[in-house]
Design a protein around this ligand. Structure first.
Ligand SMILES: [Zn+2]
Length: 158
């Protein structure tokens, strides 16, 4: 899932807990639960892998836009709904988005680290738990992510 979806899941978890450490841990768990839902796009995969620009550059661009989306979402919650993040919400959000940054680091690192490779293989495996063919057309993945995002925003307790 995109960071905006994972981030809102972490915020929703944190909004229902008092303990930031628990929120952080459950945020990490939520990442893998959400990634089991089919969400990867065929069209984006082709764009990432083809053409002259490097894969890693395109992934970085996606990550930046995605993070801006999450920040914009948080700002809108603050300005529009006076919903401010407390420590459990922040901890939940950081936990929920961190697995993808660890994944990014494994892509960037030159040296092959055993633990990182294992993490990457496992993260990829989660993506095929519910639906074997990981990549779906955008006409499915966009609604899936939008529905997940909406449901999670509704779950945020004010
Ligand atoms: Zn992920």
């Amino acid at each position: 899932m995109y960071q905006i979806v994972h981030g809102m899941a972490g915020i929703a978890i944190g909004s229902r807990l008092d303990n930031p450490i628990l929120a952080f841990v459950l945020g990490i768990v939520s990442h893998f639960v959400l990634d089991a839902i089919p969400h990867d796009s065929l069209e984006l995969r082709d764009w990432e892998n083809n053409g002259t620009d490097k894969f890693i550059k395109k992934i970085a661009l996606e990550a930046i836009l995605d993070l801006w989306g999450l920040m914009l979402g948080i700002l809108m919650m603050q300005e529009g709904f006076s919903l401010y993040l407390n420590y459990p919400m922040m901890a939940g959000m950081i936990g929920a988005i961190s697995p993808d940054y660890i994944w990014g680091l494994t892509e960037l690192s030159q040296t092959k680290n055993q633990a990182m490779e294992k993490f990457k293989a496992w993260h990829n495996k989660i993506h095929t738990i519910i639906y074997k063919a990981v990549y779906l057309p955008l006409k499915y993945t966009v609604p899936i992510q939008v529905i997940a995002l909406t449901a999670l925003v509704i779950l945020i307790k004010k």
